[in-house]
Design a protein around this ligand. Structure first.
Ligand SMILES: Nc1nc2c(c(=O)[nH]1)N[C@H]1C(S)=C(S)[C@@H](COP(=O)(O)OP(=O)(O)OC[C@H]3O[C@@H](n4cnc5c(N)ncnc54)[C@H](O)[C@@H]3O)O[C@H]1N2
Ligand code: MOO
Length: 389
């Protein structure tokens, strides 16, 4: 029943039904996942155009121009964005042109206004040759019909902009997962209420809700349930229609760890315990057809398991690890992977120090989780894999 982090992720993905598709307007697309490839409906730029404000001319007429011996050209008109020059530029001629305006026929180079010695109404003097490099070619960004965005891409702000530039008004996206969220434990109290000794504010539910929102999920807040199988059954029964139930607390070895009992005695279990720390006691299973992942109650543990197992399964995006140099040693555990909190300074990663699963501020202060594989301690100067928080 003790699975690796990778197995846990795969088993959770396998329990989730494929989300299906829907269409959303561009404005509602941020954070969603593209469900089908997107082709360009137009080319961008839609015509060969100028990258600068200046004059458009034939490069050959300006070769050898210097401040002492400027090139002199006759101005025959102008080309503006949306209002192209209707005729052709001949030898010794130029048009005024503005950024994004189509290149007139006959012209192949641009000289920016800053390089004009004289900018008269009928003639201009160029202190240097005009440059073909300041011309943006038609389709230089993308061409009509080209497949530009792949299915499965998370829609970041630049990608929403790109989809709009491709000409799409609405986008096919994966349906959001509907995730019910429940925290458990007699000692768990809503923030804002009086806290008696031994009680703790419910940080997990709010942290997990925020993480679910980051994953683009629709969150069904089930609130908090006390430690009894009956209370849990009653709360879980309210998660109707959810794709997944995420709980925190009650999954370890204690007498009052009823989430564990609910799944083991009344539901079914896919795994109980992952070879990782923090977060080892996590449990995955089902209750009356509803997939359930029970995260440990310890505040750091619940959020770390979410980050490395639940998030990749819900978003379909693999865990993005990068390689950094270790500035301090990181200890290994014999039989499980460790995800130690690290601070990144000067391109290197340092041990945060306090690695207890109850030290929630460590997770807030840290920049990354440093992955230390089972039995492979990290020495100063070693390359390590880190996952940004
Ligand atoms: N004998 C053993 N004891 C424990 C083991 C073990 O293997 N043998 N595993 C430890 C590990 S590792 C973890 S992680 C915890 C997980 O325990 P539970 O999931 O059963 O969590 P609880 O006992 O319910 O709570 C643990 C801790 O977290 C606090 N908590 C719970 N819910 C919240 C919440 N919503 N917001 C903030 N804090 C919360 C709770 O008060 C406890 O302090 O078990 C170890 N024990
Ligand atoms: O996983 Mo527990 O998370 O080590 O405290």
């Amino acid at each position: 029943m003790h699975v690796s982090v990778e197995q846990a992720r795969e088993m959770l993905s396998a329990l989730l039904s494929p989300p299906g598709h829907e269409t959303v307007p561009l404005q509602g697309a941020l954070g969603r996942t593209l469900a089908a490839p997107l082709r360009a409906l137009v080319s961008h730029p839609s015509a060969t155009e100028s990258a600068l404000d200046g004059i458009a001319c034939r490069e050959a007429d300006t070769l050898g121009a210097t401040p002492g011996a400027p090139a002199r050209l006759r101005v025959v008109g102008e080309s503006r964005a949306g209002l192209p020059f209707p005729a052709s530029v001949g030898p010794g001629e130029c048009t005024r042109i503005y950024t994004g305006a189509p290149m007139p026929a006959g012209a192949d180079a641009i000289c920016p206004v800053e390089e004009l010695l004289d900018d008269g109404p009928e003639h201009v003097l160029l202190r240097r040759p005009a440059s073909p490099g300041d011309v943006r070619r038609e389709g230089g960004d993308f061409r009509a019909g080209e497949e530009v965005m792949a299915a499965g891409l998370p829609l970041t702000a630049p990608r929403v902009a790109l989809a709009a530039a491709l000409g799409h008004q609405t986008l096919p996206v994966r349906r959001r997962f509907r995730v019910a969220l429940l925290s458990t434990g007699d000692e768990v109290v809503e923030p804002g209420q009086l806290l008696r000794p031994g009680q703790v504010y419910d940080s997990n539910r709010y942290g997990l809700a925020a993480m679910l929102a980051e994953c683009g999920c629709e969150v069904v807040m089930l609130g908090h349930a006390p430690d009894s199988v009956e209370a849990l059954e009653e709360a879980v029964a309210r998660s109707g229609g959810a794709d997944l139930l995420v709980t925190s607390g009650g999954v370890s070895m204690g007498r009052y760890d009823f989430m564990r009992d609910l799944l083991i005695d009344h539901g079914r279990v896919a795994f109980w315990k992952v070879r990782m720390r923090p977060g080892g006691p996590a449990i995955l299973g089902g209750w009356k057809g509803l997939p359930v992942i029970g995260l440990p109650g310890n505040p750091v543990s619940s959020l770390v398991v979410f980050h490395v197992i639940v998030r990749p399964a819900l978003t379909g995006q693999p865990l993005q690890a990068l390689t950094l140099r270790a500035a301090t040693p990181f200890r290994a555990l014999g039989d499980k992977a460790a995800f130690w909190r690290g601070v990144i300074r000067g391109g290197q990663v340092h041990d945060y120090g306090q690695q207890g699963s109850g030290i929630l501020r460590s997770l807030s202060d840290a920049d990354a989780l440093v992955i230390v594989p089972e039995g492979q301690p990290v020495a100063v100067g070693d390359d390590v894999q880190v996952v940004l928080l």
